[in-house]
Design a protein around this ligand. Structure first.
Ligand code: MUC
Ligand code: MG
Length: 375
């Protein structure tokens, strides 16, 4: 057989724990740190690609945990990849899909690393590999999730003052609904027209509660309601999408590209949260975006609170979209006190700036990576 110059030589996974700037309270879990799986793919031509596979709260959010992602990549993905041509990202990902069901978070880390390697090989940014960017920066929302109304208002005011964020997502659903609604309305009142206020319920309500709560949120100027009820209540999502005065966004409902198709066909949401982790990578997420575009569903560039590597991987995909009506929430690196790259992403004037340097545009800081990696 002919020798492939860009053959994959090794696939390495490293679990990294980084502290958060404050506790981050979600309906299903309160984060004190974030854990990511860093993927390094080394190729015969000396090129290395890096990727990130990240979820929230172990198994509290999705079907994959950092530990399962590491085990599955080491034991099942790596043997399928070693010896394959790294420069054919399409063929490599199809090879994985033939043998490995689901596992979109792990696949996202791998697809990112392959794209990063190919970009470095060709001297092109990942956004260019994906067909070309139509913008150089992305507006980024901030999540208010300290668990305290006054602290959240102060945090939002600070973000407005330093011109870092003017779109705010409030994590609710952990408390009784009347208390959560009071909290949200107080924050919207304090910010007025200076900020867009949205909520993410992370599936915490049932349909009956959601019908009333969505009405009240819409009446009080809340711009967007993310995943109010369980992903399993499909018909309930359709009914809610018809009744709610504020648009409904699907997040947990999308665990793969096929989910996106079914939600669109059923009319279960008017906005999709795009996550590379839920689809299987920066290329895969664009398939969900295409379904949304064809169906007239609005787009939001969402996050699993990845660090710099995962956030920039997603950013490169989002830069290529015709319309990102609801902007993005790629603030993950800002929620962490530490980074493992030499030059962290730049946030300025409400935007994340995405470099045109080859690959995703980041270099691992070996010392920091070693320090924060799980022993
Ligand atoms: C989610 O459910 O959207 C995204 C931002 C944030 O604060 O939490 C996440 C997860
Ligand atoms: Mg969400």
């Amino acid at each position: 057989m002919e020798m492939i110059s860009s053959a994959i030589e090794s696939v390495e996974t490293i679990i990294v724990d980084l502290p958060t700037i404050r506790p981050h309270q979600l309906a299903m879990h309160t984060m004190q740190h974030q854990t990511m799986v860093i993927v390094r793919i080394r190729c015969a031509d000396g090129v290395e690609g890096i990727g990130e596979a990240t979820t929230i709260g172990g198994l509290a959010y999705g079907n994959e945990s950092p530990d399962s992602m590491k085990t599955n990549i080491d034991r099942f993905f790596a043997p399928l990849l070693v010896g394959q041509d790294a420069s054919n990202v399409n063929a490599a990902m199809q090879r994985l899909d033939r043998t490995i069901k689901g596992n979109t978070f792990a696949k996202s880390g791998i697809e990112t690393a392959l794209l990063d390697a190919q970009g470095k090989r060709l001297g092109m940014a990942v956004s260019e590999l994906l067909g070309g960017r139509v913008r150089d920066s992305l507006e980024v929302a901030w999540t208010l999730a300290s668990g305290d109304t006054d602290k959240d208002i102060a945090e939002a005011e600070h973000m407005l003052d330093i011109r870092r964020h003017r779109v705010f997502k409030l994590k609710i659903g952990a408390n009784e609904v009347s208390r959560d609604l009071k909290h949200v309305i107080a924050i919207k009142k304090a910010l007025g027209d200076r900020g867009s206020v949205r909520v993410d319920v992370n599936q915490a309500w049932d349909e009956a509660v959601a019908i009333r709560a969505c009405q009240e949120l819409g009446d009080n100027g809340i711009d967007l309601i993310e995943q109010p009820i369980s992903r399993n209540n499909r018909s309930g999502q359709v009914r809610l999408n018809q009744r709610s005065p504020a648009p409904i966004m699907a997040d947990e409902s999308i665990e793969c590209v096929e989910d996106a198709f079914n939600l669109a066909a059923e009319g279960a949401a008017s906005v999709f949260a795009l996550k590379i982790a839920k689809n299987g990578g920066p290329r895969a997420v664009l398939r969900t975006a295409a379904i949304a575009e064809a169906a007239g569903i609005g787009l939001y560039g969402a996050t699993m609170l990845e660090g710099s590597v995962g956030s920039l991987a997603a950013a490169h995909a989002f830069l290529t979209l015709k319309k990102l009506t609801w902007h993005t929430e790629l603030f993950g690196p800002l929620l962490l006190t530490e980074d493992i790259v030499t030059e962290p992403p730049v946030y300025r004037d409400f935007q994340l700036e995405v470099p045109r340097t080859p690959g995703i545009g980041l270099t691992l800081d070996e010392e920091r990576l070693a320090f924060f990696s799980r022993k």
